[in-house]
Design a protein around this ligand. Structure first.
Ligand SMILES: [Zn+2]
Length: 81
């Protein structure tokens, strides 16, 4: 059996996701009390925005960041050689 390639973001475009402005990525969150406040499980701040994947991606330009990340990683790989 072939193994599927696991993408970092594998949710549907219309699904609600949480984006931590401190981690600068999609994160898991914990809800704080009854208000619509969510705490990032990764860095523990409440600097979390949420919305559909489509809107969050567009607003924070995640696609561009991913591209930059990949570019930086590929450059690193070249440096190692
Ligand atoms: Zn965070």
């Amino acid at each position: 059996m072939e193994q599927e390639v696991v993408e970092s973001i594998q949710v549907e475009p219309g699904k609600v996701v949480f984006y931590c402005k401190d981690c600068e990525e999609l994160v898991d969150t914990e809800r704080c009390g009854r208000k619509y406040v969510y705490r990032c499980k990764k860095c523990d701040t409440k600097n979390v925005a949420f919305g559909t994947l489509k809107s969050v991606r567009g607003f924070f330009r995640l696609d561009e960041k991913e591209k930059q990340k990949r570019k930086a990683e590929s450059q690193k790989a070249v440096e190692k050689k």
